[in-house]
Every structure is written in C-alpha cells, then in structure tokens.
Design a protein around this ligand. Structure first.
Ligand SMILES: [Zn+2]
Length: 403
C-alpha cells in the first residue's frame, strides 16, 4: 500500500515502513455496512422484543434528549465496534452527521454519511432538516474519508415537497440519496390508504426514483416494484437481522433483486434493532434466512453473501472503482481475518468462502486498514483509546437513560 492505495497484490519484492503479519489469515476487502444509524449505539438494548411501531416511540423519547456531544460519543463507540469487526466503510442515516463526521475522522473509518430529512413538523432537529442537509453536504463535499449525502426518513415522515426538495439538494451538489423504503406492511398499507399508491409506485410518480438513491429494506416489494427500482437504477440495502428482530414479516426478495440486476449490499441497521454491527453475523444470517424461507439450500450461497458485504455495497454506492475489492489502484481498505481458531479448523483454501460466511466472527478480525492506514493491528485499535470510548459511552448512555 502506498499513499492510501493498493500498489501490488501477491508476492511482493519491496521493502515497507510496516509489515502486518497475516500468517494463517485471509485478507479481505474491508466490509461495507450499507445501512446504519451509528449514534444509536447509546440506545442498544432499550427497546427489544417489540415491533417497529413500539420501538420508534421508545427510541424517540431518549433520542429527543440527545445533545451533539451524545451523537459524537455514540458514533465513536460504533466506529470502534466496526473497526474491530473488519468493517471499513459504513453508510449512515442520522441528523447531526457533522458530529458523526468528527468521529469518522478521529477513528479513521470511511463514512458515507446521509443527513436525514423529514417534514419539519415531525422532527426533533433544530432548524429545517432540508436546509441542514444542504449545509452539511456543502461543508463536507470532496473530503477523502467523509462522503456526505442527503437522506429521507421514509414516506411515513416526509411529504412530496420534502422528497423533492431533498432531491434538488442532492442533484445540485451531485451527491447520493439514502432512505427507508417498504420496511413494514404497515408502511405500505398506510401509504396506499393515504395516496392510493404503494410507496415504490408513489415515489416513481413524484419523480424521486433514480440511480443516486439507495433504499434500505425493500422488504414489502412486488416483482413489478423490483423491476421499477431496477429500471431507475435504485440500489438496495438488505438488513435481514433488523427485519427479523422487528418481525417486519416477510423476507426481502433479494434473489429476485439480484436477478433483476439491482445492486444490493448488506446493512446492520440501527443498534436498537440489531443490536450488533458485526457484519460477519449478518452475512451468515442473510444466507440462512433465504435458504430457510425458500426451502432451498442453494439460495444465497456464501460467495453471493460475501459479495453483498463488499463489492455489492460498493456498487450500490457507485464507488466500486475505488473500494469493494482488492485490486491494484483501488483504495487500500482491508480486513485481516484469522483462520486459526478452533471454529475455523480445519481450513483448506477450498473452504475459504464457507468459513468466512458460516464460521468466522467479527472477533476473528486481527487487523483493519482504511485508506492505507492501519486502524487496528493485533486486535489493538490504534486511532482511539478504546477503553476510554467505552467508558464515556457507558456514562453518556446512563445519563440519557436516567434523565
Ligand atoms: Zn434504518
């Protein structure tokens, strides 16, 4: 690696300032978490075993007390957790993303950060959400490690006007868009009752669907809606753990999305609804979910699932020329995963894909590199004082919880 990029792969006859020992390990393209709300680490465990409709008000009651500092502390904790489990990029949807950006820079992880918009009447944000998103994007555009974008909460929280204003901001700045779409049956039915159209149909009618957009979930979508998303080049963040935990019902039709050539990646979603950010766990669950519900052990094989968490997510964000695979010239974003544990033995090269998806855990990651910078080696995070981040997060969460 040189100047943040991969300059050679395989046997290399060069000297280096630093050599990371990868004996008995696989070197992977760093994993990409395509849908997250990272400051919500502080709410981990506060709203479990209830559906989305009950989870949201519980979360909102604490969220309403968030200060800028809380958002930063929560984001730092999430960044540490992701670095420790081999995630090198994440796609976030939250407000005060400038505080998340601060955590990203401090930790060294790559952040694709979407400032969420919704109707002013429904937000806890200070000021107008669309104007906030506009200012955030303007300030962080062109940064090496922070890629800003415009988010929209979903059809249940944003009017046609909010959607179109957000799109105008994204187009003006030439940045991406990120939203929740067709997550629950309630969302789809509610929108149909209100507008006569299902969310995908309505978004197409108002002219919101386009290749700049990544939609999280897309659980309740018909084959026609999948074709609509494909036709407009919309990419999808599949969040199987969150969908299962909130009992959203149904299963996102990911095999059909892939068949229709939609770019799909894997997201953990919020730490309130996952509750972890270990993409190794989510890869395994994604594979099992589709096999189990289709009675087809061949559905979603290991390689397909690993692709979702790497190059698939990079394609979804239109950054596959820069990240998502190990190739000369790409940014050096890597995860070094041990295959020496009892749970990954015996190991043969032929079993690599299957071990990575079915046996490995985030705790097998030995080193994480982003943009050529070693963020963790020998399981020690270098960029942050991990113990201090954990203590601060614990204190901050307790204050919020008890306030
Ligand atoms: Zn979400």
């Amino acid at each position: 690696m040189e100047d943040g990029r991969i300059v050679a792969v395989g046997e290399v006859d060069r000297s280096a300032d630093e050599v990371v020992d990868c004996t008995g390990c696989a070197v992977l393209p760093g994993l990409i978490n395509l849908h997250n709300h990272v400051p919500n680490t502080l709410l981990r465990g506060v709203a479990d075993d209830v559906p989305l409709e009950e989870m949201l008000p519980k979360a909102a009651a604490i969220d309403a007390k968030f200060t800028r500092r809380d958002v930063q502390v929560g984001a730092l904790l999430g960044c540490v957790e992701m670095i420790r489990s081999g995630t090198t990029s994440f796609h976030d949807l939250f407000y005060w993303e400038d505080e998340v950006a601060r955590a990203v820079r401090e930790s060294g992880i790559r952040g694709f950060l979407s400032w969420v918009t919704l109707d002013e009447s429904r937000t806890t944000q200070h000021g107008n959400p669309v104007k906030n998103a506009d200012a955030f994007v303007a300030k962080h555009k062109g940064d090496a490690i922070v890629t800003p974008s415009v988010g929209v909460q979903g059809v249940y929280a944003a009017s046609e006007e909010t959607f179109l204003k957000s799109k105008e901001v994204a187009e003006r700045h030439k940045v991406r868009m990120h939203m929740h779409l067709a997550e629950t049956r309630g969302e789809v039915e509610g929108h149909r009752k209100e507008t006569g159209l299902r969310p995908v149909e309505w978004l197409e009618k108002i002219g919101f669907l386009e290749s700049r957009l990544t939609a999280a979930h897309a659980v309740w979508t018909t084959i026609n809606e999948i074709r609509t998303l494909a036709r407009h080049g919309v990419s999808v963040a599949h969040c199987p753990v969150s969908n299962m935990k909130l009992a959203s019902g149904g299963v996102a039709p990911v095999p059909e999305m892939l068949q229709e050539r939609i770019d799909v990646g894997l997201g953990t979603d919020s730490p309130i609804s996952n509750n972890s950010m270990d993409l190794f766990a989510d890869m395994k669950i994604a594979a099992l979910l589709h096999k189990a519900t289709r009675w087809d052990a061949r559905a979603m094989p290991a390689q397909t699932v690993l692709d979702l968490a790497t190059i698939g997510a990079a394609r979804a964000l239109h950054v596959d020329s820069e990240i998502g695979s190990i190739e000369v010239g790409k940014r050096a974003d890597l995860a070094v995963v041990s295959l020496r544990g009892p749970h990954t033995t015996p190991f043969y090269p032929e079993t690599l894909m299957s071990h990575l998806v079915y046996s490995c855990r985030g705790s097998d990651v030995q080193a994480t590199v982003v943009d050529g910078k070693v963020l963790m080696a020998d399981r020690t995070v270098r960029t942050l004082d991990e113990a201090e981040v954990v203590v601060r997060a614990q204190e901050t969460a307790r204050e919020l919880f008890e306030a």
